[in-house]
Ligand binder design. Structure first.
Ligand code: FES
Length: 295
């Protein structure tokens, strides 16, 4: 039995936005769908979008899926996240956003959140007349021929979800889950991404030191880097109590975080937010930061 959050179970038992969208033949409105997976392989998702053409905005989103509890919950979550936002904003929605909306997913089920993000991209690219197999995401060498997964797709999922093992990559995009002959290449790719991240972290740390020495305001990238480091210091204490925290976004001096596990449902989560997280971020990053939890 998988350890699902209450939100996952709620959206499984009471899915939102299930079904198709009929073409309304309304002036200024377009309907399109994007599809990923295949019923023969076990998981498939068709995401329908109703788009206000002039504003380039999603008016409605619905889904049809052939999948498990987490596929239904992830698809439902995705439709709730994207209703009302522009197509460009929707292209920034990551599988992590879907998983966060659900309060987390078992790692072995993360491919359901990836499937949602890919169906969203497929729908938007189709609407914009871009052949999915030619867009940037699918360029690059084919790493896993069993599941047709390219280098760029693995690279993206490793970066966005901070993956460190082949098993994790398999959980997210299935690559490596067949004959395993691609495992060594996936391992090399993970090592290359981690090395690039380490180099970037070193460069950002040097830039932060220079900015602080010269009394210059921090850039957003520098702030994010310092916030992530400070959150890593707080996490062991939260993990010990069955909770966790993850950076969601920053807007000016407001830091938005997702409280997970026991922290998300705990009555003293406001105290955790203010005493454990905000105090630490003010010490380590900037004294005027305000920390808010997103649902
Ligand atoms: S080539 Fe990747 S599992 Fe077979």
């Amino acid at each position: 039995m998988w350890d699902y959050t209450e939100k996952v179970l709620d959206l499984f038992y009471n899915p939102k936005n299930q079904g198709a969208i009929e073409d309304p033949s309304e002036a200024g409105v377009a309907v399109v769908f994007g599809e990923v997976g295949s019923i023969a392989c076990g998981d498939a998702l068709r995401l329908h979008l109703k788009i206000e053409v002039e504003a380039d905005r999603i008016l409605d989103a619905r889904f049809q899926t052939f999948g498990c509890t987490s596929a239904i919950a992830s698809s439902s979550a995705l439709t709730e996240i994207i209703k009302g936002i522009t197509l460009d904003e929707a292209l920034n929605v990551s599988n992590r956003d879907i998983a966060n909306y659900l309060g987390g997913l078992p790692e072995e089920k993360m491919h359901c959140s990836v499937m949602g993000q890919e169906a969203l991209e497929a729908a938007i690219y189709k609407y914009r007349g871009i052949e999915v197999e030619h867009h940037e995401e699918d360029d690059g060498a084919l790493i896993c021929s069993c599941f047709g997964v390219s280098e760029n797709r693995i690279r993206r999922v490793v970066i966005e979800n901070n993956l460190t093992t082949v098993e994790q990559v398999t959980s997210y995009v299935k690559a490596g889950g067949g004959c395993s002959s691609c495992a060594a290449e996936i391992e090399d790719l993970i090592a290359a991404v981690q090395q690039e991240k380490a180099l970037t972290a070193t460069r950002v740390a040097a830039e932060i030191a220079t900015a602080q020495a010269q009394n210059r305001p921090l850039t957003t990238v520098q702030k994010i880097s310092l916030i992530q480091t400070a959150l890593q210091e707080v996490r062991p204490m939260l993990l010990a109590d069955g909770g966790d925290v993850e950076l969601y976004d920053i807007e000016g001096d407001v830091v938005k975080v997702v409280l997970k596990g026991a922290c998300g449902s705990c009555e003293s989560s406001t105290a955790t937010l203010k005493n454990a997280i905000e105090v630490r971020l003010r010490e380590r990053v900037l004294p005027n930061l305000v920390v808010e939890a997103v649902a």
